[in-house]
Design a protein around this ligand. Structure first.
Ligand SMILES: [Zn+2]
Length: 102
């Protein structure tokens, strides 16, 4: 595959930016309210099109089931499961995401 570094950097930037927009869209006062999962899907399409990875600080905070960003206090409940070594994010849709810290 032809690796175009600039193109990949731009794609990476767009993914991070889309994730920020997705988080903003969770605000009920935002004009983008409700578009979170669309932004995330676009970010996922960019990542597969340019064959780049979604950065960890974005990838870990996306609900796998409804494709919304997980923001504690807004649409996600956070719980620490210390005996198993992970943080559990429960999305508003009911799906759980486990983030291991050990
Ligand atoms: Zn969800």
């Amino acid at each position: 595959m032809k690796g175009n570094k600039v193109q990949q950097e731009v794609a990476q930037y767009r993914i991070t930016r889309l994730f920020d927009l997705a988080k903003e869209s969770l605000n009920p006062k935002s004009p983008m309210n409700g578009l979170g999962s669309r932004y995330i899907r676009i970010a996922e399409e960019i990542s597969s099109h340019y064959r780049i990875k979604i950065p960890d600080n974005v990838r870990l905070y996306i609900c796998r089931s409804c494709h919304n960003p997980l923001v504690p206090g807004i649409n996600a409940k956070v719980r620490v499961v210390s005996e198993k070594g992970y943080i559990s994010y429960t999305c508003a849709c009911g799906a759980e995401r486990h983030i291991f810290y050990k």
